[in-house]
Design a protein around this ligand. Structure first.
Ligand SMILES: Nc1ncnc2c1ncn2[C@@H]1O[C@H](COP(=O)(O)OP(=O)(O)OP(=O)(O)O)[C@@H](O)[C@H]1O
Length: 230
């Protein structure tokens, strides 16, 4: 069974004259362990789709299924729990607490999940080690390079051992060499741990490294969805 599937997923922003259909009737399936790039021109609806798949936003019509479950049937609290336990997020703008240490940033999802004591410390340090930043644990986040900051974000995303990592332009703020390192790191997590990766990207190299590309044109999925029967 697909870990994520959508049926006629549609998102309309605004009302009346400002009404805009950002995503239209998207049907797709993503299997556990896949790496999927969401590609398309600026404004085509990529981030809109990612936010819906990650259950950060709700469709106007249509459905997202997670592990076969219709997510419309979940309460807000159940959705929060699901995201916290199963999803990790990486964004272009990092969203680190810059005055906190690297360790404090990475440990945050574990605190929210109420994991305490030695288990928390071990998990956070293991995540930092996985991204090659164990030696920077005590540094302030603000003192890191762009590539290092993104590695902290990846450590934070994987610290809860999620099933899926959602990334929105994870290499967008990085030079090409650093971007390639980050792309490699994400793909390594998929290979070594089986984490499903769903990545919005303008970076053709990163997109080509993924198993599959979902092509979005004007809010419609024109290729790569696996299931377009609707
Ligand atoms: N909150 C919103 N209210 C109104 N329109 C929105 C909103 N968010 C996005 N849009 C519009 O929906 C369309 C799709 O936006 P989206 O951010 O999904 O595109 P994108 O493909 O991710 O673009 P980019 O590559 O530039 O990030 C755009 O035309 C955008 O202006």
């Amino acid at each position: 069974m697909a870990i994520i599937a959508t049926k006629r997923l549609t998102r309309i922003y605004g009302k009346q004259a400002a009404r805009f259909t950002a995503l239209q009737q998207v049907n797709l399936q993503i299997q556990a362990g896949e790496t999927v790039a969401i590609v398309g021109k600026s404004g085509s609806g990529k981030s809109t789709l990612l936010h819906l798949l990650a259950l950060l936003d709700q469709p106007t019509t249509g459905t997202v299924f997670f592990d076969g479950q219709d997510t419309r049937q979940l309460t807000a609290q159940a959705l929060d729990q699901l995201r916290l336990a199963r999803f990790g997020f990486v964004f272009q703008q990092f969203f680190l607490n810059s005055q906190d240490t690297v360790y404090e940033n990475v440990v945050l999802p574990l605190k929210i999940a109420k994991i305490t004591g030695l288990a928390r410390k071990k998990q956070a340090l293991a995540a930092l080690k996985a991204v090659g930043l164990a030696d920077k644990a005590k540094n302030k986040a603000t003192d890191l390079s762009g590539g290092q900051k993104q590695r902290v974000c990846i450590a934070r995303a994987l610290v809860n051992q999620p099933q899926i990592i959602f990334a929105d332009e994870p290499t967008g703020n990085l030079d090409s060499v650093t971007g390639a390192m980050i792309a490699d790191l994400l793909l390594t997590l998929n290979r070594d741990r089986g984490m499903t990766l769903i990545i919005v990207t303008h970076d053709p190299e990163l997109a080509a490294m993924c198993d599959r590309q979902l092509q979005i044109v004007d809010g419609q999925l024109i290729g790569g969805g696996q299931d377009d029967r609707g």
